[in-house]
Write a protein that binds this ligand. Structure first.
Ligand SMILES: Cc1cc2nc3c(=O)[nH]c(=O)nc-3n(C[C@H](O)[C@H](O)[C@H](O)COP(=O)(O)OP(=O)(O)OC[C@H]3O[C@@H](n4cnc5c(N)ncnc54)[C@H](O)[C@@H]3O)c2cc1C
Ligand code: FES
Ligand code: FES
Length: 462
């Protein structure tokens, strides 16, 4: 890999978290670690991979990324942002008092540099979204926000969003020239896809490295290639490669055209550095009953294409989960792709309640896919997470919806049916009774958002 401006030969266990190589082998201590669970952002680095003529960068939490996934890539740490003094990226943080103990500051600066390299305009809101995964324990966010606004203001004065970005940021002193030269060294890594003997492969690592933090430091791992996922139309199907990430879903023009707004659901999932690594296949095979992408795909009645020792086969997602964390998946099988049938006029919505509004795993989540013709529902997919041992397709409620008008009476009938169909348990995310109530409200929320129902829902409640 190219670490800032130096080529670093990678040896040793391929499963080592990237942060350990950065801090211990390369001695670059600016990248901090605190949680090692992807939650704090103090370990964020930028990883550049081959793009259209220039490297494309994405922020990642280096505590959850196997070093092998950085092979051939350009890794930028806070030290790499050094222009020989405090430059226009850092000065606003000084001026605004946006750093006290300084522990979080490298993460904020790297995330902000990543945003400047990749954003389409100089609006403030997307910059705050890019920094949402960085936690500061002592300064307070107001000064960090002001510093960010000042950085954006000075970039906007000097750089046209349309001009080649990296070169412009170097010209204006935001990034050092040597970093741009190093970015040209990015190459495709050796082929890494496939299985390690007897073990599951690592894709984004955002589940595996959290669940088994000590497992990987001394081991070789098999990697699923997580370079950009592929979303395409094939006849009457939308096809996602298994390695498609949450951020790929959010950016996809195909999904926006076929399913409507995918930005909001994905913005409710993790932070940007997590979404840049979190794959759809990883979400499915982790088999959490509350995986957001899993719940979305269940409502869309997706099918999976599996490849392994048994050859290539298809299985409906609704038949994939056999029990808590058990699946119709052989140890040597990979989820190669996910297929969704296209339905003209399909209405889609996703709702989620978590203890924190964003960046948190759901207490209960739910997705719906409806087709309405001549004033009645002719096709319905409804799913819910956190209310059963497996991600749940609410089949009785789906049947109830067919042939009905999408009005307040139907919304209430569906909400009550869904609450009866669910089998939640008491756990840290809430009591069974609370989760049933949440599910009922989320189903009402689908109707509110898709059909503009408001006061009608309140009236129909009595
Ligand atoms: C801070 C943080 C916040 C999070 N927030 C959310 C959230 O809001 N919502 C949510 O749903 N999840 C969340 N997650 C969980 C996680 O990011 C997702 O489940 C993610 O989609 C997992 O994908 P991955 O590629 O990182 O999987 P990995 O950790 O790499 O793998 C998970 C499992 O899938 C298997 N696997 C991966 N790819 C394949 C394949 N192609 N074929 C077969 N098996 C495969 C692996 O072997 C492993 O068993 C969060 C995680 C973190 C750390
Ligand atoms: S150490 Fe907290 S996100 Fe990596
Ligand atoms: S400045 Fe101390 S944690 Fe942010």
């Amino acid at each position: 890999m190219v670490l800032n401006t130096a080529i670093v030969e990678l040896d040793g266990p391929t499963g080592r978290p990237l942060i350990d190589v950065i801090r211990h082998d390369a001695g670059l201590k600016g990248t901090k670690h605190a949680c090692r669970e992807g939650d704090c952002g103090s370990c964020v680095v930028l990883v550049g991979e081959p793009g259209d003529g220039v490297a494309r960068y994405r922020p990642v939490t280096s505590c959850l990324m196997p070093v092998a996934a950085a092979a051939g890539r350009h890794v930028i740490t806070v030290e790499g942002l050094d222009t020989g003094g405090i430059g226009p990226l850092q000065q606003p943080f000084v001026d605004e008092g946006a750093s006290q103990c300084g522990f979080c500051t490298p993460g904020f600066l790297v995330s902000l540099a990543g945003h400047l390299l990749t954003c389409s305009d100089w609006e403030v809101a997307p910059a705050f979204t890019a920094l949402a995964g960085n936690i500061c324990r002592c300064t307070g966010y107001a000064s960090i926000r002001r510093a960010t606004e000042r950085v954006l203001g000075s970039v906007a004065e000097r750089i046209d969003p349309e001009e080649p970005r990296f070169a412009a940021l170097v010209r204006e002193g935001f990034l050092p020239a040597a970093l741009l030269e190093a970015s040209a060294l990015v190459r495709s890594p050796e082929a890494t896809a496939g299985h390690g003997a007897g073990d599951r492969p690592v894709a984004g690592g955002t589940d595996l490295y959290v669940q088994r933090p000590d497992d990987f430091a001394h081991r070789h791992v098999a990697l699923v290639d997580t370079s950009r996922g592929d979303i395409r139309l094939e006849g009457d199907e939308i096809v996602l490669s298994g390695r498609t990430t949450a951020e790929d879903l959010k950016r996809s023009e195909i999904l926006a055209a076929e399913l409507g707004d995918m930005v909001r659901p994905m913005d409710l999932m993790g932070s940007l550095p997590i979404r840049e690594r979190a794959t759809v296949a990883g979400n499915l095979v982790n088999a959490s009953p509350i995986g957001d992408m899993t719940i979305i795909l269940l409502a869309l009645d997706a099918g999976l294409e599996l490849v392994g020792g048994r050859g290539r086969r298809r299985v409906a997602l609704r038949r994939f989960f056999l029990g808590y964390k058990t699946m119709d998946l052989a140890p040597d099988e990979l989820v190669e792709s996910i297929r969704i049938r296209r339905r003209p006029g399909r209405l889609f919505n996703f709702e989620k309640v978590s203890k924190r509004t964003t960046l948190d795993i759901a207490s209960v989540n739910s997705a719906v896919s409806l087709v309405v013709e001549n004033g009645v529902i002719v096709a319905a997919g409804l799913s819910a997470g956190g209310v059963a041992p497996v991600p749940l397709a609410l089949v009785e409620t789906e049947r109830l919806l067919l042939g009905r008008a999408p009005d307040a009476a139907t919304a209430w009938a569906a909400a009550r049916c869904a609450a009866r169909e669910a089998t939640p348990i008491d756990d840290v995310r809430g009591s069974a009774e609370y989760k049933r109530l949440l599910l009922r409200q989320l189903v009402l929320g689908h109707f509110q958002r898709l059909f503009g129902l408001g006061a009608e829902l309140v009236e129909a409640a009595s």
